[in-house]
Design a protein around this ligand. Sequence first.
Ligand code: DAH
Length: 358
Amino acid sequence: MQDIDALRDELLAQVDGATDEAALESIRVAALGKKGSISALMRGLGKMTPEERQTAGPALNGLKNEVDGAIRAAKARLEDAALDARLARETLDMTLPVAPEDRGTIHPVSQVIDEITEIFAAMGFQVAEGPDIEEDFYNFTALNIPPEHPARQMHDTFYLPERPDGTRKVLRTHTSPVQVRTMLNSKPPLRIIAPGRTYRCDSDQTHTPMFHQVEALVVDEATHMGHLKGCIEAFCRAFFEVDEVKMRFRPSYFPFTEPSAEVDIGCSRKGGEVRIGEGDDWLEIMGCGMVHPKVLEHGGIDPAKYQGFALGMGLDRIAMLKYGAPDLRAFFDSDLRWLRHYGFAALDLPTLGQGISR
Ligand code: DAH
């Protein structure tokens, strides 16, 4: 028994004195490994008389557990200390100026979203959001596009696997589902815009599988096409930073609006460059219309009391147009040279007062 006490004192002292994990590991091997001192004593149990074994057995086991526990605790202590030291060593001074070569930029699409938000916010619109992975119901059915409706085929939809109840989610093919989500979670009058990512299974020089749209929705008790037209006109003047914009409304069809129109704005294409606010050419920029009564109903709004208008616009193409980026695919290549060239300074926020794009 004396052996055991002496060995315990010696081993615990060694553990206490260990300053790194390697030292602890060699103490462990020397005590508890196959040829270790404690293991040797354990082997001695076999040669003892049963009476001797009755006291020596538990004592040895106790020693083994105690030493093992002390080693584990010391290891944890050392690990904590190492982490503390590393955290102290790797602290960053957030107040230091950023090195010029590390400076990030705002992507033209983000810039255009900021500009549009600023313009619509000044007209009393709030920003609303919906999920990119959307229920088939909100993306189609609630927008008056029931299953089997031919408009579904035009959307090149990415479908997620069907669930046991037969329903499936989709990557939203437009920002219009946010219309119904907003109607269901707030009360009219409504004025919202919903910028965000949209997805269609389509890829060539002018289409990427992921692209961006902005949706606008107004619901009130006396809303009409004149309001829609005025709103779009005000938006175009502010966004393209011109005093007059020539506009034309072409009759069109969308299942979720009635009547529906597509909006073209006047432009010139001299020398292959599109200029807004001059020339005799036309550029299609958005779809719009009066919200279909069925869509209001799906949104829990009484169409006998309320009407609304909505519009949807692709953002990538107008960002290209406004900032002169020639190739859509380059928008999403994450090429740092491109981003530095076409990106905007982070603190250069668009405001109506200072000029939207300065
Ligand atoms: N969601 C339509 C699309 O992706 C665009 C659109 C058209 C949105 C008319 C609207 C609208 O809100 O009124 O192609």
